[in-house]
Design a protein around this ligand. Structure first.
Ligand code: CIR
Length: 289
């Protein structure tokens, strides 16, 4: 099976996703830090529409099924593993309720015949949402509640033979240790060297790196960032400049359109906003080309 992805906007050809089911429907919001508006059954229906958009783009979906293992957050497949051109890295979660998820990814890659390049082990933790390919040889990693320095050092060693530099940047605490704040919470790549950002929460060094590397930054407005629990910013590139976002944030949408993007939106008031994860988080790209 073809795999490989060291950049975040070439066409999404193959992607690992988990269809939510009983585990999400029976999840207690307080156990998972899900906010107001969480409705498991509605979230499952909204996921179906989201998955139809991904499939319609031509991407092949490798499915993980929710067989009632209780892992409600496992639908956010972006986080438990990372893909490179030489194979997958199995990560280690910073959120205690998500610790079992990397095993699901490892098993799926074994079935698919995709090599495992390495694994993050205790005391290290790295979540995929904290990892951004700035270019194919530069991985920016947010250091925060979910990803720690030990994890960044392990990842750096695993990726060094590929000629990849791993650069760590401190994240703000945001809404506290229980809330989800990844590096991808403040930046989404849209096209080659074009990204949507929430500038006030960008690590300064990361912002400087993006500028130095010639990125154009589309700045999302604060009111929609606040109203969406940050999910206006979580935008998935299906092909370069052809992006999928959560509906209801017209200013953010218009800014991306002005920057030349084709934008599609889907309803996610029960799925993404209360569960703190958007279209990028619901997908683990396995092959982009
Ligand atoms: N990459 C992401 O930003 N993933 C979102 C994960 C949301 C999930 N409820 C979590 O707290 O881990």
């Amino acid at each position: 099976m073809t795999y490989g992805s060291q950049s975040m906007t070439p066409a999404l050809k193959r992607v690992l996703m988990r269809r939510p089911g009983d585990s999400l429907i029976s999840a207690k919001a307080e156990d998972w830090h899900y906010g107001p508006g969480f409705d498991g059954a509605k979230a499952v229906a909204q996921f179906g529409v989201f998955a139809d958009h991904v499939a319609a783009s031509g991407a092949e979906i490798i499915w993980l099924e929710d067989n009632g293992d209780g892992l409600a957050d496992a639908m956010f497949t972006h986080d438990p593993s990372l893909m490179t051109d030489k194979g997958a890295v199995i990560l280690r979660m910073g959120k205690p309720g998500r610790m079992k998820e990397p095993d699901l990814h490892e098993a799926a890659y074994q079935v698919a015949g995709i090599p495992i390049l390495g694994k993050i082990s205790a005391p290290g933790s790295v979540e995929g949402g904290d990892c951004i390919w700035v270019d194919s040889k530069t991985l920016a990693v947010g250091r925060g509640v979910r990803t720690n320095q030990a994890g960044i050092e392990q990842l750096s060693k695993i990726l060094a033979p590929l000629g990849v530099s791993v650069l760590g940047y401190d994240l703000p605490l945001g809404n506290g240790a229980e809330a989800c704040l990844h590096l991808m919470s403040v930046m989404s790549p849209l096209d080659e060297k074009l990204a949507l950002v929430f500038a006030p929460m960008l690590p300064v060094g990361f912002w400087q790196l993006l500028k130095d590397r010639g990125y154009t930054l589309v700045e999302a407005p604060r009111d929609e960032f606040d109203a969406s629990n940050g999910l206006n910013l979580n935008v998935l590139a299906l092909t370069p400049g052809n992006v999928l976002m959560v509906e209801g944030f017209p200013k953010t949408r218009a800014l991306m359109e002005q920057a030349g993007c084709k934008v599609t939106s889907f309803a996610a008031d029960a799925l993404c906003i209360p569960c703190e994860g958007g279209p990028t988080c619901l997908t683990r790209p396995v092959w982009r080309a």
